[in-house]
Design a protein around this ligand. Structure first.
Ligand SMILES: N[C@@H](CCC(=O)N[C@@H](CS)C(=O)NCC(=O)O)C(=O)O
Length: 258
């Protein structure tokens, strides 16, 4: 197993001082700077939870190391290990929606306790993980990686569905600052994908409430920090054409590994 210790970066955690009780060990964040990764870096920053970055370079195949698969059997980041889980014992969590809910329950922040409000947050959180994320992800694949020629049907299908979802979101945001009223894990889940779509072309211009919401969240200091986390790692990798070729081989055409 390859150790990533040397690459780990400490964020907000501070070492224990002599005579004082030791601080809780930081949460390990298994992460690469993508829309799914930003959800969790934004939440950790919002909650000011101490965490240590464990980069998972998905373009190099680090999501397939036995250590990572033990934490995230789906070979997808993000994932976390909280050394101070239930009963004071470590817990690992994979799937961004499950991580956001876990951190929301742990801190009591951005995930209301009131059942009606919580159901509303869950609705939009699941809307993101089952809808906006996968559809925008496929649209992005056909826009950025597949040849347009011969793939027109798939290109249109995922762009249309992303467009439809943005229309739903735009209606929900009419007269609201955030998806369910107050800023929540549902907004954090959606933000990175909307920010990615904003770079495509003028699709987002058709949805003024979504654009205003995106800017509102972008202005939060925690968004700034969470969004910036690990950016330099990806830039180093993507500016190298050989690494780009390697990335395609690792990421596309995956099949079950037995
Ligand atoms: N449903 C997962 C999706 C996570 C996901 O797709 N992560 C991508 C990067 S954005 C990944 O780790 N890809 C690695 C791979 O394709 O092998 C979640 O919400 O956590």
């Amino acid at each position: 197993m390859k150790s990533r210790k040397s690459k780990a970066r400490k964020r907000t955690a501070t070492p224990a001082k002599a005579g004082k009780p030791a601080k809780r060990a930081p949460i390990e964040l298994y992460y690469w700077p993508t829309p799914n990764g930003w959800k969790i870096s934004m939440m950790l920053e919002e909650c000011r939870l101490p965490y240590v970055l464990k980069p998972v370079n998905i373009g190099k195949g680090e999501q397939f190391t036995p250590h990572f698969l033990n934490i995230s059997p789906n070979n997808r980041m993000p994932a976390i290990v909280d050394p101070d889980g239930p009963g004071g014992k470590p817990i690992s969590v994979f799937e961004s929606g499950a991580i956001l809910q876990y951190l929301g329950r742990k801190t009591g922040k951005f995930y209301p306790k009131d059942e009606r409000k919580r159901v509303a947050v869950d609705e939009w959180l699941f809307w993101q993980v089952g809808g906006l994320g996968p559809m925008a992800g496929q649209a992005s694949h056909f826009r950025n990686y597949a040849q347009r020629e011969g793939n027109e049907y798939a290109y249109r299908r995922y762009h249309d569905e992303t467009h439809r979802l943005l229309g739903v979101m735009n209606k929900q945001l009419a007269g609201r600052d955030f998806l369910t009223g107050s800023y929540s894990i549902a907004d954090m889940a959606c933000w990175g994908w909307v920010a990615a779509i904003a770079r495509w072309d003028d699709m987002l211009q058709e949805f003024p409430n979504v654009m205003a919401w995106m800017k509102r969240i972008r202005a939060r200091p925690a968004t700034e920090k969470g969004f910036k986390l690990g950016r330099e790692l990806r830039e180093q990798h993507t500016n190298d054409p050989k690494a780009d070729e390697e990335r395609r081989k690792v990421l596309f055409g995956q099949r079950a590994r037995t």
